[in-house]
Design a protein around this ligand. Structure first.
Ligand code: ADP
Length: 303
């Protein structure tokens, strides 16, 4: 049984680059194509395992080549798959990138992951109850995330809710989270407070605590993170681990690192520093899952 259980989704990201995006009905020749693993839950599970955590992934997968990709990525990272397989396509995202401007247009089809039900979580309750830390996001149906949080809470398992993609949530759901980890956009979606820096992040964090969250960590991109817990606010400045190459997946690296540190019994302030280091290293590499740093590099950055 794993110390960290991640409920989330996997999608295969198919990225096409062209000098400009096609208009409706038009075909353009592209300059590049790549296919790789994505999905916030999957990225967070990979990040936590690469950071040294003992991780199980709960999700629904299909029985197709994209599911094989998920299983390969998890096997390489040391993530155990503890979910189920179904005759429904695995999720995928088609990402069109305008090479000139960097702008993109995306269609995400969560596929089988959109069919995750609260009853799936009941089936996975033993796995959740034996963990130290439960992590989820909002890419699978919200009622399934809520059921996972309830099961974890009832079993005394530490709960991390990464409220991404951004949406407002019922107070009852926030109250099931020991730690809520929005980025600035997500903090605004939750509170209506425009989060543009440390002061507004602190106001948003206080609002979320009033609504029931146990502790709040607002990630602030290149400004690091703001942690509000037990009535105390701490700003953790971002670390520099080299030139920034790609920030996709930085939030996932942060959440994965946080889960690993907490599963090892670190107090919250030190766990946030570990998460901050994990994310700082991830932005120096291309890709999302591919950019998650190994433990030795995190320890070296923190030393
Ligand atoms: P998201 O990827 O969800 O938008 P953020 O942009 O807030 O999340 O980034 C998450 C974390 O990644 C930050 O709290 C910080 O630790 C780290 N990070 C992001 N950008 C940088 C950067 N340019 N340099 C160092 N660390 C960064």
């Amino acid at each position: 049984m794993a110390r960290i259980v991640v409920l989330g989704i996997f999608v295969a990201d198919a990225t096409y680059r062209a000098q400009r995006l096609p208009r409706m009905g038009e075909t353009v020749l592209g300059d590049a194509f790549s296919l790789g693993p994505g999905g916030k839950g999957s990225n967070q599970a990979v990040a936590a395992a690469r950071a040294g955590g003992d991780v199980a992934m709960l999700t629904r997968l299909g029985r197709d080549p994209f599911a094989d990709m998920a299983l390969d990525v998890w096997a390489q990272a040391g993530v155990a798959f503890a979910g189920t397989r179904h005759d429904i396509p695995t999720g995928s995202a088609f990402i069109f990138v305008d090479s000139a401007s960097g702008d993109n247009a995306i269609i995400v089809a969560p596929g089988v992951a959109a069919t995750i039900e609260p009853s799936d979580l009941d089936g996975w309750a033993d796995e959740i109850a034996k963990a130290a830390v439960f992590v989820t996001q909002l890419e699978q149906p919200q009622r399934a995330a809520q059921r996972g949080l309830e099961i974890a809470r009832n079993a005394g398992v530490r709960t991390i809710l990464n409220p991404a993609p951004g949406a407002d949530l019922p107070d009852a759901m926030l109250a099931l989270a020991d730690i809520v980890t929005p980025n600035e956009t997500e903090a605004e979606a939750l509170t209506g407070i425009a989060v543009t820096g440390i002061d507004s992040a602190e106001r948003a964090a206080r609002r979320l605590i009033e609504r029931g969250a146990g502790a709040v960590i607002v990630t602030l991109g290149a400004n690091g993170a703001l942690c509000h817990a037990d009535g105390t606010t701490t700003h953790i400045v971002a670390l520099s681990a080299g030139p920034v190459v790609e920030t996709t997946g930085a939030g996932d690296a942060f959440n994965g690192g946080l889960a690993t540190a907490l599963s090892e019994g670190l107090p919250l302030d030190r766990a946030v520093r570990f998460a901050n280091a994990t994310a700082a290293l991830s932005v120096t590499q291309a890709g999302a899952a591919a950019s998650m740093p190994p433990r030795a590099r995190i320890d070296a950055l923190l030393a």
